[in-house]
Design a protein around this ligand. Sequence first.
Ligand code: NAP
Length: 246
Amino acid sequence: MSAYLPLLDKRAVVTGGSRGIGAAIVRKLAEQGAHVAFTYTSSPDAAQALIDEVVAGGGKAFALQADSADVTSLQAAIRTAAEKLGGVDILVNNAGIIAHALIDDFTASDFDRTIAVNVRAPFFAMQEAARHMQAGGRVINVSSNTAVSARVPGSTVYGMSKSAVTAMTRSLAHEFAPRGITVNAIQPGPTRTDMTAGREDYIISMVPAGRMADASEPAALVAYLAGPDAGFINGTGLTIDGAMTA
Ligand code: NAP
C-alpha cells in the first residue's frame, strides 16, 4: 500500500471488478486505503488472484459472485457487502458488456442483456447502495465516450446504453445531492482490456493521442472522484479519451 491514503477506511463496492478497468479500480481504491468488495460473474480465478494481489500489497478486498443482469442477486450482493464492510461509502458501477452488430443482425436477446447489465443494473445498484450510505458518499458510474459521440457503426445499443448511464448520473445527482452524496460518471475512450482485445490497431487509428488508455488511467479518475477533493463535482460525465471526442 502507498503512503498516499486519501481513501483510508472508506468502504467501497465495485461491480465487475475481476478484470479490466474494474480490476484496476479495485487495485487503485485499495492502494489508497479503501476496503473493497467487488462482484464478478464468470471469473472466480481472476477474482481470487486480484484479492491475493491486493492483500499481498497490504490492502483489503473480497469478492462476491453476482450477475448484474439479475437485480435480486445484485442487490443481495450489495447488502452482503454492506454488512461485511459496515456500510458503503463508495459505489462504482463498472460492470458492462458490448455486443457489436449492425442493426440488421442485432438480436433482441443481445439488446435486452446489454440494457440489463449496462443500464438497469447501475440504477438498482444505486438504489440498494444508497440505503447503506451516509453524507459524504460517492457513486461513480463507468459510462463511455460513446455517450458523447458515435465513431463506428455497429455499436448503437452500447452507445445508447452508455448515454442512459450518463443521463441517469445527472438526474440522480439532483436526487442525492441534498443527502451529501455525489453521483458522477467517467466516460473512458478505448482502454486496453479484454473488451477491446484484437481491435487495437483499428481503434488507435481513431485516437488523436495515438494510443489506448491503460486501465489504471480511468481507475485513477474514479479514485479522484471518490476522494476528499471531489466533493463539489456532482452530476457530471468526465471524458478520458486522449482527445478522441474533442
Ligand atoms: P472487460 O475487460 O470485458 O471486463 C468486464 C468486467 O465486468 C469483468 O470483471 C466481468 O466479470 C464483469 N462483468 C461483465 N458482465 C457482468 C455481469 N453481468 N455481472 C457482473 N459482472 C460482470 O471490460 P472493461 O473493458 O474492463 O469494461 C469495464 C467497463 O468500462 C464497462 O462498463 C465498459 O462498458 C466500460 N468501458 C470500457 C472501455 C474500453 O475501451 N475497455 C471504454 C469505455 C467504457 P467476469 O470476469 O466474471 O466476466
